[in-house]
Design a protein around this ligand. Sequence first.
Ligand SMILES: Nc1ncnc2c1ncn2[C@@H]1O[C@H](COP(=O)(O)OP(=O)(O)OP(=O)(O)O)[C@@H](O)[C@H]1O
Length: 205
Amino acid sequence: MKIQLQEASKRFQYEWIFRNLNVELSDGDSLAITGGNGSGKSTLLKCISGAIPFSSGKITFESDKKLIPETDWYKHLAISAPYLELPEEFSLLELVNFHFKFKNPLNQIQPKELIEILYLDQHASKPVSQFSSGMKQRLKLGIALFSDVPVILLDEPTSNLDKKGIAWYSDLINDFLKHRILIVCSNEPREYEFCKQKLALEDFK
Ligand SMILES: Nc1ncnc2c1ncn2[C@@H]1O[C@H](COP(=O)(O)OP(=O)(O)OP(=O)(O)O)[C@@H](O)[C@H]1O
């Protein structure tokens, strides 16, 4: 998998959020997108995922030297972000089963095994609406990281996590991200310090 941004720019009305980004990412690469509140991190991640368009410039997804049409990007990526809601009426087990109807599980992991990795096995039958914010965050990260896709997009991955959760996040990144493309939006060095490339959005105004 290869993702390439060429002179990618975004504006809302008359306000340029970022201009002329050039980035190239291949399997095993990791990119940290940093910047203060309102600098455009989430906007850039949404553009990369195809949820919203860039205003100018170009982005391509390429697999085995073939361009992937924009309408198919979603099949190749998984996202965890604060603005993406979980279907909270499901129990945990129902939600994991539901998710894996759309995305293949990484390493053929079974729903019950994943729930153990999330250390939520005591809560398999509980509706997700009754989860704490940290439990929801582990769930969002877990279903993204354990989707068998070549591109993982994470926005504020450790928000709401306690010390144990933060260590758990670092271990998962170490163990399961080696051969994929990872993009992390963050202001917390602990969330992205392992990334090979860094892009400070303030430099692209
Ligand atoms: N749909 C929209 N219409 C107009 N302006 C928008 C829209 N979405 C975001 N913006 C603006 O774009 C800028 C960047 O917002 P964005 O959410 O990408 O920042 P961020 O770096 O992710 O911030 P934070 O660290 O607070 O999450 C802000 O000025 C925001 O108001």
